[in-house]
Design a protein. Structure first.
Length: 69
């Protein structure tokens, strides 16, 4: 199957019911945010790309997540 941009759509994507390629898709990407509970047993939370970008930006700040000032 071909997309409107004439790109071949992978069969796995067609099997899932998609009719466009990834480049033409209008669906927003998802990302994950790590949640650290303790030394072990960490989990992730699925978030939108916008929230993930904000968390990544906040995590780059000096002292983020620590008691440093």
């Amino acid at each position: 199957m071909r997309c409107k941009c004439n790109t071949v759509i992978p069969q796995g994507r067609v099997d899932l019911g998609y009719k466009t390629c990834i480049g033409c898709s209008r669906t927003q990407r998802y990302a994950c945010a790590p949640i650290t509970n303790h030394k072990t047993g960490n989990t992730i939370q699925i978030v939108s790309q916008e929230v993930a970008d904000a968390l990544y930006k906040a995590g780059r700040r000096k002292g983020y997540g620590t008691c440093l000032r």
